[in-house]
Design a protein around this ligand. Sequence first.
Ligand SMILES: *Cc1c(COP(=O)(O)O)cnc(C)c1O
Length: 392
Amino acid sequence: MTLPDPAARAEIVVDLGAIRRNVRRLRELVSDGPGPGPALMIVVKADAYGHGMVEVARAARQAGAEWLGVATADEALALREAGDTGRILCWLAAPGEDHRATVAADVDTTAYSVTQLDEILEAARTLGRAARVQLKVDTGLSRGGAPRDQWVALFEAARKAEVAGDATVTGVWSHFACSDEPDHPANDAQETAFREALVLAADAGLDPEVRHLSNSAGALLRPSARFDLVRFGLAAYGLSPAPEVVTSEQLGLEPAMTVRARTVMVKDLAPGAGVSYGHTFVADRPMHVALVPMGYGDGIPLHASSRAEVQIGEQRCPVLGRICMDQFVVDAPGSRAGDDVVVFGPGRDGEPTAQDWAEWCGTISYEIVTRIGGRQRRVWVDSDGPTGEAGA
Ligand SMILES: *Cc1c(COP(=O)(O)O)cnc(C)c1O
């Protein structure tokens, strides 16, 4: 494990202990009834929302995640290559994609259509084994998944493949459009449509291992939509999927990512000095400013220009003027070159959070953490201790 380097120019520090605690906390939050509660899928697509796919996947498994979810076959195969032997679902393939590698690796592959199912079955027949297939129905997101008028055809084709020994249908699932707005009427409509799809699947003779509809917000805010499994992405990273409804702190979750750097230079500005490209900020008084060595080339959004703040010591330091490709300037009275800067973190010591950055930039915390990267080193720490097994 690479250790955080206090002298590093800039780095992304991911606490795997926080990931484990979040996964266990999420299980608690969705297992409030009698019985074992739904299975947990931790979604680690897009390099685990910028946190590091293989490292996060391992921590999630240690904390008991039964499933991992990814978008692409490449992501699923990278998890297998890293030694993961558990259940993995992927859900985004292009027409004509070769499914042999995922079928051979015992990855569950999602079919959106009969055509796509046929492509998966072709791989299964070539390999002489049954493919694990999940069927996705569009219940109102109007994105991936079979439209309603194709549900029955998809279910019947999948059942036929099961009988022929080419497939095991392991899941039927769908995805919410508005789960972060619990009162939005689309949620009721989608859950109703999903229940209708499940009846049609059963009518076609399917009896999948898992039926699932909810992402983080659905799982947390809509108990009726938990079914057999819930898919947690953002919440596992410690961020609230519905910040207008509930904060991550109220949920008992810990943001796992800290982005930190060291200032490379400080200087004093006279009143009237313009700062950064376009001089969109002009000093209205004598100012002491510091240069932070990160920019949009590292995923710091340009939209944060003159809006965001960072933490230097005990002090909140506003960004002055435009964020550049590699650097930005902050108002930092009394600071010195080489001072530690926290761009965002869990928020426990007064530093801004990814959610704060999202609000400053008019976006969602998903985008803030996922696009962070570029030239920054990423290091993984473990607040559970060096073995990472504590309490797992
Ligand atoms: C990304 C994704 C998720 C995870 O969503 P969160 O809101 O981050 O929990 C779940 N399901 C599907 C299909 C996804 O694409």
